[in-house]
Design a protein around this ligand. Sequence first.
Ligand code: LLP
Length: 429
Amino acid sequence: RPALSMHAVDGLVLEDVPLNAIADALGTPTWVMSAGTLRARYRRLAAALEATGRPVSIHFAVKANDHLAVLRVLAAEGAGADVVSGGELRRAMMAGIPAGRIVFSGVGKTPDEMRLALRAGIGQINVESAEELELLSAVARAEGIDAPIALRINPDVDAGTHAKITTGLATNKFGIPYDRAADLYAHAAGLPGIRPVGLAMHIGSQITRMQPYRTAYAKLADLVRTIRSRGLAVDVLDCGGGLGISYRDETEGAPEALAAAIHAELGSLGTRLAIEPGRWLAGPAGVLLSTVILRKRGYDGMPPFLVLDAAMNDLMRPSLYDAWHGIVPLSAAGAVAPTEQVHVVGPVCESGDTFGHDRTLPHMEAGSRLALLDCGAYGMVMSSTYNARPLAAQVMVDGSRWAVIRERQEIEDLWAADRIPEWAGASLA
Ligand code: LLP
């Protein structure tokens, strides 16, 4: 997290921008993304992959952060995209990522989404089932366009991560069962409208150990040999995303180690290679700024509650996965040694609306500001308007510049699309 630093006068600074200046101008809750961090992380990942001597393309997993400015910064570095819906496909193209560098993943693509992708000239569609393959063949035939596809394989390997973000087990809905993959590939090669180009795999997210990758890639390599032994070509291997970051005390997944695993297990097969990272690129680049609404005394002998103006509707990860996010005061006075234990909560009417239990923090009270760290991936994108709370504003920082990249949602926008049928009742007004 080198982009964040604490200054005696300015308090917490992201790149060269004091975060208090942003909060003064826009209020809170506000998301802030660091363009410099995105670029630095992209370059480190690209360099690690390049060092193996075999080109590996990087398709940013748009689901992690789909803001056009974020996508543009990564596109300018050379990133392609991994998308999972027609909406993400449109976003990636709007941001300037050429369709040919976009991969379409996901277990349930609709015929409309398939048509959109084919007409745009999508680079690759990762097919996740035999059923989807038939559907795509029908759509592609009707469009008169050959669909370049990879089969996503479910290797039945445990990624060793949170159950809700593990995707490569036999019990998960993702991918094609390993033993059926070679037959399905051969079948695909004979289907009208389908042009098999390779195989894909994604075993889960927030993976910090390399062994699951190694095991999965070794199985992938075996499958390539089996398919080739039947006289079929496998030209592309999509190695998925999942590289983890350090939220608390985990060891961050090292790009160099991932590159080495890819190279060792798959490097000699002579295919083109690709990965689909989301969190590793974007997570550490974002923070969520919030203000303490009030400090609420608890039962005697229990920690007080700091009630924030940010809530689970903004950052859902703690309530959904019991995820841990760092919490840091914005003011320099807050940089003094942590002195007390508090529960940090939001104002939403659920006990799950908690950002941290028993956190040891410097003294904070109503009006104190703080930053929730590592929110650049799966933060804003998972926000909702639950409790009729408008979506927070978004800012991008780049060196000493900053700009609003999304206005705070207006309250009126919350019901702008609501319609009241005449029979719902007469207005009492
Ligand atoms: N490729 C595919 C096919 C995926 O399903 C995912 C993430 C990725 C790539 C990117 O994975 P990453 O590099 O970001 O780990 N909302 C959860 C994470 C869900 C991940 C879903 N799939 C969270 O906040 O932890």
